[in-house]
Ligand binder design. Structure first.
Ligand code: ZN
Length: 153
C-alpha cells in the first residue's frame, strides 16, 4: 500500500519506519499503554513522562507495518513537550484527516498537522486507517491511565 502513496509522503513514512524517532522507553515514564491492531498485527507500547499536564517525554516500542511504526514515530515528535489538551486536539484533527471526515469547523485553535499530513493518503485504504491511528489511540489510553506507575529499570 506504501507504493500507492505519493512520492514525498512515501519517502517520509519509509524514513520514519527505518529510523523511528523516540523508539525507547523514556526515563521516569509514568504513563503507559499497549496498543494492538488485530487487522494488521501491529503492536505498540507508548510511554509518557507526564509532568503536570505536559508530555515532558514520550517514546514507543513495538513492531508493526511501516505505516503504524512511522505514525508512532511522527506522533512522538509532534506531541513531545506539548500540553495534554494540545496533544488531544492534534489527535482530533489527525483522526478527521485519516477517516476522511471534513473538519468540523475552522476555529483558529485547530492545530496544524504539519508533517503528519503524510498520512492523509491512508483514508483511501480503510484497513490502513487503523494502522495510522493505532499509536494515537494508545497514547490517549496511556494518558487516561492515571493510576498506573511505571518503573523503569
Ligand atoms: Zn499495520
Amino acid at each position: 500500500m506504501i507504493s500507492e502513496l505519493s512520492g514525498l509522503y512515501q519517502e517520509v513514512i519509509l524514513d520514519h519506519n527505518k529510523r523511528p524517532r523516540n523508539f525507547r522507553r523514556p526515563e521516569g515514564a509514568n504513563r503507559h499503554a499497549e496498543g494492538y491492531n488485530p487487522l494488521c498485527g501491529d503492536r505498540i507500547s507508548v510511554w509518557v513522562r507526564l509532568d503536570g499536564d505536559v508530555l515532558a517525554d514520550i517514546g514507543f516500542e513495538g513492531a508493526g507495518c511501516a505505516i503504524s511504526k512511522a505514525s508512532a514515530s511522527m506522533m512522538t515528535e509532534a506531541v513531545r513537550g506539548k500540553r495534554r489538551v494540545e496533544a488531544e486536539a492534534l489527535f482530533g484533527v489527525f483522526h478527521e484527516m485519516v477517516t476522511g471526515q471534513p473538519p468540523a469547523d475552522t476555529a483558529p485553535t485547530r492545530p496544524d498537522l504539519g508533517k503528519l499530513v503524510v498520512f492523509s493518503g491512508v483514508r483511501e485504504f480503510p484497513v490502513r486507517v487503523k494502522c495510522a491511528s493505532l499509536a494515537w489511540h494508545t497514547l490517549r489510553s496511556a494518558l487516561d491511565n492515571r493510576d498506573e506507575t511505571i518503573s523503569t529499570e
